[in-house]
Design a protein around this ligand. Structure first.
Ligand SMILES: Cc1cc2nc3c(=O)[nH]c(=O)nc-3n(C[C@H](O)[C@H](O)[C@H](O)COP(=O)(O)OP(=O)(O)OC[C@H]3O[C@@H](n4cnc5c(N)ncnc54)[C@H](O)[C@@H]3O)c2cc1C
Ligand code: FES
Length: 270
């Protein structure tokens, strides 16, 4: 059940290259949240701005090294709101509305191995997903792509919490040079459709390319979408995406903040 609370920042750690990990005091409802659910954060100093959406990165009690009563959010400074967020010191108070939206679920095909596909700061929900899946699924494979080696926050954490981490960068400064879809295609080509379940978060062009690959190989693929959000709870209709139910030609519109942010790739009418 979402709650609108005022809570306290415990830590706000600069991870370098404009990436930060903020931790704030959790409420009991946050302990129950699913990976890729999100919060609308009201950031002090940004009262003239709308709240901003951020995924949960560490669910209380699951993220290694985190206090059991803290929620973690991994974020990148891209504009005014995230710039103000980065300036918050421990002890600052922050308005948090959440948890919101529909998160990732466990693989539905028995024995399917989770495969995480992340683009840059799109890696934010994957620590929560890795920790949450650990007791109920095979250890995940991860394909982590970015522009440069500076855009791979928490890569060390993923290295030690996945079965295998494959990094790609567009400029070749870390891992394989190129896009994440290259090595991912090799995996899907060399294994049966039911062997894997894809979990994807990143920029739209990457989501679309991975969705296409998954469709070609008939692999189940869940995407965590991003959209500009004004309310975060289904009222403003500012975040809708076109969808089509399997077997139907009819286009409808779903709200990323309520029916998503996690949606099955096959229902998106892109
Ligand atoms: C469900 C969801 C979960 C998200 N989780 C995270 C997360 O865990 N970590 C993280 O760093 N970011 C996340 N985002 C994106 C984050 O909300 C935006 O980066 C943030 O709102 C930017 O605010 P700003 O005031 O700094 O930027 P602004 O000054 O408002 O804009 C700066 C730039 O960012 C772009 N932008 C702004 N809002 C969004 C948005 N909602 N989606 C995509 N681009 C946007 C603008 O088009 C512009 O180019 C998430 C977005 C959604 C919808
Ligand atoms: S953000 Fe208002 S309906 Fe989704």
């Amino acid at each position: 059940m979402p709650q609108d609370i005022t809570t306290t920042v415990l830590r706000n750690t600069d991870l370098g290259n404009a990436n930060f990990l903020i931790e704030f005091e959790a409420t009991p409802s946050m302990v129950q949240m699913a990976p890729a659910q999100f919060f609308m954060l009201g950031i002090p100093g940004s009262e003239t701005l709308l709240r901003r959406p951020f995924s949960v990165c560490g669910i209380p009690g699951t993220f290694e090294g985190a206090p059991p009563d803290a929620v973690q959010v991994l974020y990148k400074v891209v504009g005014t709101g995230t710039g103000l967020l980065a300036s918050l010191a421990p002890g600052s108070v922050i308005d948090v509305l959440g948890p919101l939206g529909r998160g990732f679920e466990a693989p539905e095909r028995p024995g399917a191995r989770p495969v995480f596909v992340a683009g840059g700061i799109g890696s934010a929900p994957f620590p929560a997903l890795a920790s949450w899946l650990a007791p109920q699924a095979s250890p995940p494979l991860m394909y982590y792509g970015a522009r440069t080696k500076n855009d791979l926050p928490l890569a060390d954490w993923f290295e030690s919490h996945t079965e295998r981490l494959t990094v790609t960068t567009e400029d070749g400064s870390a891992g394989h040079e190129g896009l994440v879809t290259g090595p991912l295609a090799e995996l899907l080509e060399s294994s049966p459709a039911e062997a894997h379940h894809l979990y994807v978060c990143g920029p739209d062009p990457m989501l679309k390319a991975v969705a296409k690959l998954a469709q070609r190989h008939e692999v189940i693929c869940d995407l965590s979408l991003e959209a500009h959000m004004a309310c975060g709870f289904g009222v403003c209709l500012g975040c809708v995406v076109p969808t089509r139910q399997p077997g139907s030609d009819e286009i409808s519109y779903d709200r990323v903040c309520v029916e998503g942010p996690v949606m099955r790739a096959g229902v998106l009418a892109w």
